[in-house]
Write a protein that binds this ligand. Structure first.
Ligand code: PLP
Length: 388
């Protein structure tokens, strides 16, 4: 079979999707079976169990929502925020902005707590905003638009004092930067498959803690979304349905994507979370030092840097779009440009799963030096030092 539109070979070092390993592609290519087949049920149970371990949670309600990361965001809002409720929303980048939009469209009264793009929000300012009363506090843990990691210090305690839920976007931090759902007191979190899990896009890992579950069960009236109605979805996605009630059809699960997610979670657990977080931290730092030798400085301050995404400032005089285009078309390497106020000003480089390794980083540094007309020797030697 020849297809002139077959996807080219690319090294994905942008803001996602990230490199997908062969074994995940092979899992995806396994035979499709029925969504009510007990064999698929067993596979779902095992996927839930792995997801719990990767999210470091004992939450019984842990599942994969059908859809990309944004579907996880929407599931969070339509199930845990009632129109008219006040919600504190941290906004310091594209994804906080997206959440504020999502909340507003769903009738919430949004109290924005902002920081400049490229900086974290002081946790004290977020907790102070709870004093006027709030049903929930939302933050993006890993802001992919800026490469900033939001500290969660004190947020869980303040939320409990104010009877508010702590809602967190961990799309880019999960499996790439330390995040532990239970220990950090997070009530509801969602992620995506195509960042540090190295899976194709298409599912949103999702977890709900006891306080949030209580609130969900106490809700009266129908959820505003039919598709993302968690109580209905859980008649299908709940664990161990084999013994008690059989799984009931809600919508057809993306069967093959579940195979792929399960394999990608296996890879994460095989490495171990502590080792994986440390590898991402190290990969980020090695690349940062190498790129600094090319005159590319990190946007985020050191103590606020997100391991899994490195955003660097493009020097004056460089045509950033042209440079990215030649990286892609001449070297087969994808990195991302800036968005919003950072459009044209930064490059965003993914340090995600298989991309957080010496070989892909060496290819990038080599190619970037060539595109910028610089000598690669010093940056490559700094990269080597960072990995040795
Ligand atoms: C990628 C991303 C999303 C959105 O996920 P999609 O898969 O693009 O829908 C949400 N939040 C963050 C932090 C992300 O990086």
């Amino acid at each position: 079979m020849t297809d002139e539109l077959a996807p080219p070979d690319r090294l994905l070092l942008g803001a996602g999707p990230s490199p997908v390993p062969e074994s995940v592609l092979a899992a995806l290519a396994q035979p499709t079976i029925g969504h009510l087949d007990p064999a698929f049920g067993a596979l779902m149970d095992d996927t839930i169990e792995r997801l719990r371990r990767v999210m470091v949670t004992g939450n019984r309600v842990t599942l994969a929502v059908s859809g990309t990361g944004s579907a996880g965001m929407e599931t969070m809002v339509v199930n845990f925020v009632v129109p008219g409720e006040r919600v504190v929303c941290g906004v310091n980048g594209l994804f906080g902005e997206r959440m504020a939009d999502e909340l507003t469209r769903n009738g919430a009264v949004v109290a924005r707590v902002e920081a400049p793009w490229g900086r974290a929000i002081e946790p004290e300012r977020l907790t102070a905003a709870l004093d006027d009363g709030a049903a929930a506090l939302f933050v993006v843990h890993g802001e992919t638009s800026t490469g900033v990691c939001q500290p969660l210090d004190g947020l869980a305690e303040a939320c409990r004092e104010h009877d508010a839920l702590l809602l967190v976007d961990c799309v880019t931090s999960l499996a790439g930067h330390r995040i532990e759902i239970d220990r950090m007191g997070i009530d509801v979190a969602f992620s995506g498959t195509q960042k540090c899990l190295n899976c194709p896009p298409g599912l949103a890992p999702f977890t709900v803690g006891p306080r949030a579950l209580e609130r969900l069960n106490a809700r009266t009236g129908a959820c505003r979304s039919w598709y993302f109605d968690l109580r209905a979805i859980l008649t299908y996605w709940r664990e161990d349905a084999a013994g008690a009630l059989p799984r009931a059809y809600h919508h057809t699960a993306p069967i093959n994507m579940v195979y792929a997610l399960r394999e990608s979670l296996r890879i994460v657990l095989e490495e171990g979370l502590d080792a994986r977080w440390e590898r991402h931290r190290r990969a980020h730092e090695a690349l940062r030092r190498a790129l600094a030798a090319l005159g590319l400085e990190r946007l985020a301050p050191a103590q606020e840097a997100l391991s899994s995404l490195l955003a660097v400032i493009v020097p004056d005089g460089v045509d950033e779009a042209a440079a990215r285009r030649s990286l892609l078309l001449e070297h087969g390497i994808e990195i991302s440009g800036g968005v919003g106020p950072l459009a044209g000003r930064v490059w965003r480089i993914g340090v995600m799963g298989g991309g957080a390794a010496f070989d892909p980083q060496r290819r990038l540094v080599q190619a970037l030096a060539q595109v910028l007309g610089a000598d690669p020797a010093d940056p490559i030697s700094r990269l080597e030092q960072g990995w040795s």
